[in-house]
Design a protein around this ligand. Structure first.
Ligand code: PGA
Length: 250
């Protein structure tokens, strides 16, 4: 299997510039020997600091959102080109908090993903069902819709540059992790969808799918031992250098 693991922190709306300096400086030596790709996704205001501090290290920096237009009258928004010029390499797109609180739809996820790719950013595209959707047996329907929506019109050649994060909404920030088996079998649904959209080999060799939702130093080993899980998108546990490093060094 040729899929390299990727662990990304999602800081959400946490850390000032001063806090970023302290956290990143503590993190650098703790993750320097990591066997996986290491990414920290920070608020816009922390990106320049994070990029500067991580130069020459194995830590890559990502943003938490990006607008789909190249530029223009979109007060308060940030374009892909602006991120690239800062030295940002990754960007989270379609996180469930954005779907829930900021009107993100499958269409806007698709538009943002295309804009990010066109500028040379690597999108981390989030999908995942709510508790209600799981309990009413709609997991497959929701994930197929979100995955097809996000990837509409995206070329096979781009697959290496995209990461999918499967984050069951009910597991985010709740301390409830999907069991490793449930995470694994749900990610298999997403991979099957990618196989249908592209080709079985593409899905098997070129599509990295992370698990996200209360992943932490205690459960990382079990989750990462699952054949379908290629990494993690880490919220709470990415805010403490020691915890995040223990996840990264699983
Ligand atoms: P959590 O967040 O690890 O705090 O559950 C994950 C995420 O929302 O990306």
């Amino acid at each position: 299997m040729s899929r390299k693991a990727i662990i990304a922190g999602n800081w959400k709306m946490n850390n000032t510039i001063a806090e970023t300096k302290a956290l990143v400086n503590e993190l650098i030596p703790l993750v320097k020997d990591a066997q996986c790709d290491v990414v920290i996704c920070t608020p816009y205001t922390d990106l320049a600091t994070a990029v500067e501090l991580t130069k020459g290290t194995n830590i890559k920096v990502g943003a938490e959102n990006v607008h789909w237009a190249e530029k223009g009258a979109f007060t308060g928004e940030i374009s892909a080109k602006m991120l690239v010029e800062l030295g940002v390499e990754y960007v989270i797109i379609g996180h469930s908090e954005r779907r829930q609180y900021f009107g993100e739809t499958d269409e806007t996820v698709n538009a943002r993903t295309k804009a990010a790719l066109a500028a040379g950013l690597k999108p981390i595209v989030c999908v995942g069902e709510t508790l209600e959707e799981r309990e009413s047996g709609k997991v497959e329907e929701v994930l197929v819709r979100q995955t097809k929506g996000a990837f509409a019109g995206i070329d096979k050649e781009e697959l290496e540059n995209i990461v999918i994060a499967y984050e069951p909404v009910w597991a985010i920030g709740t301390g409830k992790t999907a069991t490793a088996e449930v995470a694994n079998e749900t990610i298999a649904i997403i991979r099957k969808t990618m196989a249908e959209l592209y080709c079985p080999k593409c899905a098997e060799n070129r599509v990295r799918i992370q698990y996200g939702g209360s992943m932490n130093p205690k459960n990382v080993k079990e989750l990462m031992a699952m054949p379908e899980i290629d990494g993690g998108l880490i919220g709470g546990a990415s805010l403490k250098a020691v915890d995040f490093s223990q996840v990264v060094n699983f």
